[in-house]
Design a binder for this molecule. Sequence first.
Ligand code: HEM
Length: 583
Amino acid sequence: ADSPNYQWPSPQYDTLEALLYEGRRGDGSNLASIQHPCRNRPDSNASIGGEWLRFAFHDMSTHDIDDGSGGLDGSLVYELDRPANFGNAFTRSVSDFEVYPNKYISRSDVIAVAAVFSVASCGGPIIPFRGGRIDAWQAGRMGTPEPQEDIATHTNIFKRAGFNAQEMIKMVACGHTMGSVRSSDFPAMVPPGPNPAVDRFINFDSTPEFDNLVVTEYLDGTTQNPLVIDANKTMVSDLRIFSMDSNDTMRSIASPDAFATECQNILERMINVVPHGVSLTQEITLLPAKVHDVQLTFERNKFVFKSSLRLLQPLDKKLNKDRKVTILWCDRYGDAQNCKGTTRTSIPSTTLQEDPDLSPMTKRQGYNFVNYNFIVPVDASLSISKFWFEVDEKDGKPATVYNNGGDGYVMDQDQLLFVPTLSRADARAITRRGGFSGSNDTFTKTYTIVAAVRDGSNPSRVYAEAHDFAIHKFPAPFNTTIDLKPNSSIPAMQGYSFYSASLDDEGFQLTLDIHSVGSDGKTYTEDFRQTAFLDNTPYYPPTAVTNTAKSPSPSWRLIDGWLTIRRSICGSLVAGLLLRTLL
Ligand code: HEM
């Protein structure tokens, strides 16, 4: 029932998988939904997918296959003053992307994901995605193609980046099936309307979708693509490129299937062009069952264990409301440690069927998600060593067990715990940075972070590494290390005492790796803890626990599982809006 080639915990995989298939980062802010379903900008009417796909190409296009420099490395954000990268489309895309990078997802991974979303959302092929790109923090070399350049220059630019002439033809055709040439950037090709503040667009082909019409309309002579038919023959770069081999390549990709297959290949290669020395992850595929948001912590003075199980729901089937999902776990200490004699079980605190349009990647595969969210009370003196899940469809067949390939989901430590609900973020000062469109103001926030340390571990040091890669205009990543000190204003409870520290950050996505160095010399770590909600974390009381000698008792009733869905949707919407307003 678990996934092959994947073992929990794999934080980089998990984080990339969530962005790709849920479209969002940890706090629910959704990147995909800016563009999906194949949207235009509500104000300017520009194709967002067109802008994002072009962004990825321009970032990639300066790669030099010989010296290994450039490629998809996010350097484009520092190159927006260049003529090839000029215009509103690029600045808008940077604003779209800016809050998403973090310790496990680079800015260049976000750019690649955005290109993949655009193509999938507009009906094109599913481009296989790998993560692990490494960001540049300064501008790179010059050399992005512009339409007035001749065919030899274009051929050389693509050759330098590692693509031959045929591949250039395919890549340009696969790009120029979406979006348009716009009057604000090329007024001679696209005459502005009466109000120059309102952009006019001429699409490359007659549909906004990702389809083969860019090829067929070119071949049958009906194309309105300005880069083919413009009266100024200097500007017709698509005509020069498409016709350079007597249209052989264009004819070879004219059918819908050939176009989809060839574009899938060439665009996958395009997003995987990275500086030498960068190695990408394995392909990030959709996990059929995913355990996420696992946290042992204190909430309202109660010691609780939180976790979520995400299952796939085929879009053409109704969710089975008789399904019973159970969490099971073992004590870490005491007579019943490691489930000797007693296994503890409980039921979801909330169940949430997600919006099928969270990400085009999941929708195109025919699924959406159902999340079973668990909050169970734990006796701190017994704690928890491992957990797993059973899913009983109540259809007479045996329940499916999700146990991480047999080992269970093992809690590696309980000596140091992050306590979001006792932590807080206070907006402090406004930073003015000028630059991209939209607001140029960001708030510096003061974070007070609280961790719980288990009695007896007597750490010689408790400290946090704080990271933020999502900073307006990307001046530099924020990385700092700060010591947490015992905080006696928070009374010790249930065998834990509290440590805290404060720090300032002006970015959009502070995450914490908190460590304690125990008296045994071991370092205990809470990795990649999010700070989006902290003391605004929506509160749900823990559910009741059943103790059982063997398998869970069949006699429970699903308490208010379905009623709470609505509450939890409202909760996350409110929280999402709140965050947007705060940012
Ligand atoms: C010699 C190579 C290329 C040249 C000279 C070129 C030129 C252009 C020009 C002049 C525009 C109009 C931009 C505007 O009006 O603001 C454009 C748009 C676009 N290009 Fe290219 N392009 C090339 C290759 C590519 C490639 C390889 C891709 C992607 C695979 C691509 C994707 C796009 C997209 C999606 C748009 C639409 C942007 C939007 O709607 O905002 N281009 N290109």
